[in-house]
Design a protein. Structure first.
Length: 171
């Protein structure tokens, strides 16, 4: 299991690098758009749409990595005030609920992506693209989040009873 976790961590690192490169691309596109508008060239018509799509992709690419790093949104003030055994049990509850929610979104993402593909739905903005292109990353990202919850539960099962150190968002 540790070797699988290590390889999975590398995959998530790669996805985070892609998310960072997308941020760089978005910055360049927005900067170019502003420059062209100020130069009187009218700007880039696709700038807003590309920015929206890039923000979405960055979010789904970064989410599993953020969960693994303990940088996701987490309020653990209550857990720190509870007895260690109860806090540890609630860590399990949180991971199980997270896993179940992730699996639901995998299923739902597949359903809506397939429905969009079958219907031939398209997004018509500045760019015209099949809608399923936008929906397809959702089930993939949540599958990765679900896998990370499994690794989190494994790490929790092999650690001492108490609050986890690998998922603390603030000390």
């Amino acid at each position: 299991m540790p070797l699988l976790s290590q390889w999975f961590g590398r995959l998530l690192d790669l996805l985070m690098v892609v998310a960072c490169l997308l941020l760089l691309l978005m910055t360049v596109v927005i900067g170019l758009d502003v420059f062209l508008r100020n130069a009187g060239a009218g700007g880039l018509a696709v700038s807003n749409e590309l920015s929206e799509d890039i923000l979405y992709l960055m979010t789904v690419l970064a989410a599993p990595w953020l969960l693994r790093q303990g940088q996701h949104i987490r309020v653990d003030v209550l857990l720190r005030a509870l007895p260690l055994r109860l806090a540890w049990a609630l860590e399990w509850v949180g991971d199980i609920v997270g896993l179940l929610c992730s699996l639901y979104f995998v299923w739902y993402g597949i359903v809506i992506t397939r429905a969009s593909y079958a219907a031939g739905s398209i997004n018509i903005k500045t760019l015209v693209t099949p809608e399923w292109w936008t929906l397809a990353p959702l089930p993939i990202a949540f599958a990765l989040v679900a896998i990370e919850f499994i690794f989190r539960m494994h790490r929790l099962s092999t650690a001492e009873v108490g609050l986890r150190d690998d998922a603390i968002s603030a000390a």
